[in-house]
Design a protein around this ligand. Structure first.
Ligand SMILES: [Ca+2]
Ligand SMILES: [Ca+2]
Length: 268
């Protein structure tokens, strides 16, 4: 979808949040906080991405389990419906947030620009029609819009290609609520004035902190359950430790590449 420009970005002078310097760069917009992820972070765990999107020039995507998803979604099991109730919360500066991670994948680990980030919440069953989803984006009211208080462009380093998180964003839980279907609509590319960085190379991927996991059953825990518990433990350490780096939790024979069919390890 080359040439696409986020409708919300109408100002020629978007506020730029520059995270390309990497950790500890950070910024905030419309009540959300954005942080570059430390490339030296050693936390690793089994991750459940819910949105992959990919195109050259610019790209946009929304999470859905529809077999033929709209926009530049990369169909497959790592692009799927998500419930608000699946998410865990984190506390930052005394307030409660949902935490969404981005793993960007660009040529030569180059930068990319996030120019649209909206979260929609709906009740009832998830959408099964691509046109209903695009109508939601074009005419619905987002529960959260990073551009809601003025155009924002977030420049992000895509360190370490795919398999390593590059940024996370904390979205106030008060904006989202605690139930319903959660749709993340995210767009990348240059802003309306031609600033920022186009998308290229591999897919961009989103995942979320999905909260504390059930205890691993004695003697019966599957690798997936164990991995999820370790991720939760590592994230809990992050939460409790502020900016203190999480300790290594699991680094045993990570697969060389992310699989389309099985959970995989990712650094965060
Ligand atoms: Ca990356
Ligand atoms: Ca890319």
């Amino acid at each position: 979808m080359a040439g696409w420009t986020a409708g919300a970005v109408t100002s020629l002078n978007a506020t730029v949040i520059d995270l390309t310097g990497g950790y500890p760069a950070s910024g905030s917009a419309n009540g959300a906080y954005l942080f570059a992820i430390d490339p030296q972070s050693t936390g690793t765990g089994v991750i459940d991405p819910f949105l992959r999107e990919q195109n050259d020039g610019s790209e946009q995507g929304i999470n859905t389990s529809i077999a033929n998803p709209p926009y530049d979604d990369k169909a497959g099991q790592w692009t799927h419906d998500l419930l608000v109730s699946q998410l865990g919360t984190v506390t930052y500066n005394g307030h409660s947030y949902y935490q969404f991670y981005l793993d960007a994948n660009q040529e030569a680990d180059g930068p990319i620009s996030l120019i649209a980030f909206q979260i929609f919440v709906t009740s009832g069953s998830p959408y099964t029609s691509s046109s209903d989803l695009t109508a939601l984006v074009s005419s619905g009211t987002p529960a959260f819009d990073l551009n809601g208080a003025g155009a924002v462009r977030v420049d992000i380093s895509s360190q370490n290609g795919s398999g390593s998180g590059d940024m996370y964003i904390l979205v106030p839980t008060s904006d989202i609520g605690d139930s319903g279907n959660l749709y993340l609509y995210a767009g990348f590319g240059q802003d309306a004035s031609g600033g920022g960085y186009a998308s290229n190379d591999g897919f961009e991927e989103w995942y979320a902190y999905e909260g504390p996991s059930p205890a691993v059953p004695d003697g019966g825990g599957t690798a997936l359950l164990l991995g999820a518990a370790l991720v939760a433990l590592a994230l809990l350490r992050r939460k409790l430790g502020g900016l203190i780096k999480p300790k290594p939790v699991r680094l045993q024979n990570p697969p060389p590449e992310e699989s389309d069919t099985a959970p995989f390890l990712k650094r965060f």
